[in-house]
Design a binder for this molecule. Structure first.
Ligand code: XMP
Length: 511
């Protein structure tokens, strides 16, 4: 197997997924356990992940230098490369930052690690430090304009380093580099790339966790993740699963009806709870995004526990709360020992510390594209599978600052315009599209008078697994139409701007 050493990167688990997709067994371990793991497992390769630390920082995670002399091929990615250079006598400097796409040019030499790679291709960077001097025995394979040591190797020791991220969807040929590394490790890659998900295994697992008599209530939002999680649970335990949809006024129009329809098709009637007024009252005067998520997460749990109590009073033994948490939600809310918190997703970091219900999260280890694939295997309709993801806290995280009734109405109206114009245009591959009420105000001239109104930002992105995204190259004519409609039809908007930032560094949502 290949050991993936986790230095806290947002994408460590994704590295593991890519290697597994190549048909190779992996194990993700913390750095201090590496030598022990090598002794225990038949280790044919080691990947050192990225991470948010700086090698010179006090308490920065490190690794025993012995691993570099065990004759096992090693691939250091980002922090993994910097740590390798640092431990073997190279030099790393802080503050040499680069985020997002850049062009990599590689040398014209026949090397196993660069097999089947073109001379130039786009790679994605996300780093704050950089190697400025290589250790003895290393040489450069590829460079970008800003990073001379972007792709390096020590051929004799079979140690390789990448400053960019081969595991992310937007690095062209990233999978090829990983596959080349797997070959160098003498493992055979490419065997089960298209392996089907083991739906039956997930269902059996749900049955095992829930047991023979307990009930599960499900937090369903009408999105793909919670519907897939709900369908799996319904298949596993039948009528002992009770989906609950909370209408908090922050969801897209028609979501409630959609939830009822989709569960009706599998023979289950969800409970619909109306909480519109109360939700807005709780969000009054709240401007901080983390606080908003925590208030919403706590409010949801309060409602689910209230419903649990009612069901218990009717002698229905409810014990579990199903959530459609997926891997990207979990890792952004600080999912591993060395990783940084990006935002507290309402269903992970936004939950109260003490809960009466036990969480059941059958798709927590999967990425969005994998959850969609499971949905297909469950027979969910394709137009539903390809539905845009919508955050649990809904419009609240698309309105910077306080969520007032007026600004919520503005956001909803603008959202409808964006959705309908994009739908009419038939542009493919849009992963998410939405307006953001930015909380920034600017001057406009409307009907010869001055107006000081809010700036709306448009965010339209393409992605598969949520870990990275690019902004969509929407034709100007369509952007113009959307902009004109928003400034004309949504009151108090002074201008519309288009967000052209990749993830990383910008997250998809503004909050
Ligand atoms: P970011 O903005 O972190 O978003 O790049 C990644 C995906 O997660 C969604 N998102 C959330 N989903 N609760 C959720 O259920 C949350 O608190 C939350 N915050 C962001 C976002 O819409 C995107 O699909």
């Amino acid at each position: 197997m290949i050991l993936v050493v986790d230095f806290g990167s947002q994408t460590t688990h994704l590295i593991g997924r890519r290697i597994k997709d190549l048909g190779i067994d992996i194990k993700i371990i913390y750095p201090q356990r590496t030598l022990l793991a090598i002794k225990k497992e038949k280790t044919l390769g080691i990947i050192l992940s990225g991470g948010p630390s700086s090698v010179y920082e006090k308490n920065a995670p490190t690794i025993d230098k012995k691993i570099f002399s065990l004759n096992i091929p090693i691939l250091g990615i980002c922090y993994g490369l910097q740590l390798t250079a640092h431990l073997l006598g190279g030099k790393v400097v802080s503050g040499k930052k680069e985020y997002g796409p850049t062009m990599l040019t590689i040398k014209d030499e026949k090397l196993k690690i660069k097999d089947k790679l073109p001379r130039q291709f786009t790679v994605w960077m996300s780093h704050g430090d950089e190697v400025v001097k290589l250790p003895k025995g290393f040489k450069t394979i590829g460079s970008s304009v800003g990073v001379p040591f972007a792709f390096v190797e020590n051929k004799d020791k079979k140690i390789y380093g990448l400053q960019f991220h081969p595991e992310v969807e937007h690095t062209a040929y990233g999978l090829q580099i990983l596959s080349n590394f797997v070959d160098i490790c003498n493992l055979k890659s490419g065997s089960n790339i298209q392996e089907k998900f083991k739906v039956k295994e997930i269902e059996d697992n749900i049955k095992r966790i829930v047991g023979e008599k307990d009930y599960v209530i499900g937090a369903v939002s009408g999105g793909v993740d919670s519907t897939v999680a709900g369908t799996l649970t319904a298949k596993a335990i039948g009528k002992r699963f009770i989906p609950i949809y909370v209408n908090n006024g922050l969801m897209r129009k028609g979501t409630g009806e959609h939830v009822v329809k989709i569960f009706k098709e599998i023979g289950i009637k969800p409970l619909v709870i109306n909480a519109v007024g109360e939700m807005l009252r709780r969000l009054k005067k709240i401007t901080d995004s983390e606080s908003k998520r925590k208030i919403i997460g706590n409010f949801y749990i309060e409602i689910f526990e209230r419903e649990m109590k009612k069901l218990l009073a009717k002698k229905i033994p409810v014990k579990f709360l199903l959530q459609g948490t997926i891997y990207s939600d979990a890792i952004e809310s600080q999912g591993t020992k060395h990783s940084a918190k990006i935002k507290s997703h309402h269903n992970v970091g936004g939950l109260p510390k003490k809960m009466k219900l036990t969480l059941l999260e059958p798709v927590r280890d999967f990425y969005k594209d994998e959850v969609r694939e499971i949905g297909r295997e469950l027979g969910l309709p394709e137009e539903f599978i390809l539905k845009q993801p919508f955050p649990g806290p809904g419009y609240a995280v698309r309105i910077r600052g306080e969520v007032t009734k007026e600004r919520l109405e503005m956001e909803k109206k603008a959202d409808e315009i964006v959705l309908s114009e994009l739908e009419k245009s038939g542009i493919p591959n849009i992963f998410m599209s939405f307006p953001v009420m930015t909380g920034v105000y600017s001057t406009a001239v409307k009907g010869d008078g001055r107006q000081f109104g809010e700036v709306v930002a448009l965010r339209i992105v393409e992605s598969k697994d949520i870990m990275t995204s690019t902004w969509s190259r929407i034709p100007y004519g369509i952007l113009q139409k959307i902009s004109s409609r928003i400034v004309n039809e949504v009151p108090d908007v002074s201008r519309v701007v288009y967000d052209i930032t990749t993830k990383p560094p910008a997250t998809m949502e503004w909050e």
